[in-house]
Design a protein around this ligand. Structure first.
Ligand code: HEC
Length: 307
């Protein structure tokens, strides 16, 4: 019986034809195409390098200090948030930052199971006053907060906030950790980086010198000092401890799905990793008969050729 290779396209044993053929798919590579691809690769890499260099030089001309990189406990593929730090950070936010900053996109119920029990979270919520209404008389009224309420702004509107802070608006802190270049490192360095202003540096009224803040002049005074807040778990409240904890809390605010996301990702890696290895083995198994096949060609003998 003829195998599929022994068709007229593969004239086997015809007199005058070479009896061995090269089946390699790589012999017909187009030389020009290779040259084009190599040139495009070199130009592409050059352009990228040039753009990167330009970007670096622009950064070097900025007048602010880039924050160092700190080893946050939740950085890393297998790391989750330090939930005790989130709880302490909440205490710092409540005692210090909430005097000026809101957390409009975080609700009290989100603390449940993260840093507080349900009863604790409800008790925290009830400490704030929220405007609700209108009631039957058509009047707005104030009521204690509920679990579904978000962390309120201390100011009724932006103008009031600016008026109280020398014209600067304290930004909402819900997403601040992700909204700034340098993320946690930046906010930590900002809170701990206040310095005396250098000779000749001009500050406006109510401004303070902070080399991490772009421009150096920030309208937020230093707020974290040793013992600036009190911890319920007895941790020594040094300025850097307060800053680290409040930044961990703010980082959780900006990405409350963080721990779950990493868990799902680990599961995905396990499932797809197993699948990939199985598929690879299956492919080897299926292909083994093809890969180990030997095709031999020989010239037909005279008598066979006559047939
Ligand atoms: C007395 C009011 C006040 C308090 C208290 C306060 N801030 Fe601020 N904060 C401000 C103001 C005002 C600005 C805007 C500064 C500016 O734009 O110059 C600001 C800006 C910021 C910024 C943004 C900086 C940027 O890059 O734009 C962060 C982050 C911040 N505050 C974090 C905190 C944290 C964390 C706390 C608590 C530990 C805190 N603040 C306490 C008033 C305050």
């Amino acid at each position: 019986m003829l195998s599929s290779y022994q068709t007229s396209e593969w004239p086997i044993g015809v007199r005058g034809q070479p009896s061995v053929r090269n089946f390699s798919p790589f012999t017909n590579t187009n030389g020009n195409r290779n040259i084009y691809l190599t040139t495009a690769g070199i130009i592409g890499a050059g352009t990228l390098g040039f753009l990167y260099t330009l970007h670096q030089s622009v950064q070097a001309s900025d007048i602010y200090q880039h924050p160092p990189h700190y080893p946050w406990p939740h950085n890393g593929f297998f790391k989750s948030f330090d939930h005790k730090a989130i709880r302490r950070g909440y205490e710092v936010y409540k005692q210090v930052c909430s005097a000026c900053h809101s957390l409009r996109y975080v609700r009290y119920r989100e603390l449940i199971g993260v840093s507080h029990t349900e009863d604790e979270a409800r008790a925290e919520a009830e400490e704030i006053q929220v405007q609700d209404g209108p009631n039957e008389a058509g009047k707005m009224f104030m009521r204690p907060g509920k679990l579904s309420d978000s962390f309120p702004s201390p100011y009724p509107n932006e103008e009031a906030a600016r008026a109280a802070n020398n014209g600067a608006n304290p930004p909402d802190l819900s997403y601040i950790v992700l909204a700034r270049h340098g993320n946690e490192d930046y906010v930590f360095s900002l809170l701990t980086g206040y310095q005396d202003k250098p000779e000749g540096f001009i500050l406006g009224e109510g401004q303070h010198f902070n080399p991490v803040f772009p421009g150096g002049a920030i309208s937020m005074a230093q707020t974290l000092f040793n013992e600036a807040a009190e911890y319920s778990d007895g941790t020594p409240a040094t300025a850097s401890q307060l800053a680290k904890d409040v930044v961990t809390f703010l980082s959780w605010c900006a990405q409350p799905e963080h721990d779950k996301r990493k868990k799902v990702l680990i599961n995905c890696w396990l499932i797809f990793g197993t699948l990939a290895v199985s598929l690879w083995y299956w492919k080897r198994y299926l292909g083994s008969s093809m890969k180990t096949r030997k095709i031999l060609f020989r010239n037909l003998t005279k008598s066979e050729n006559k047939k």
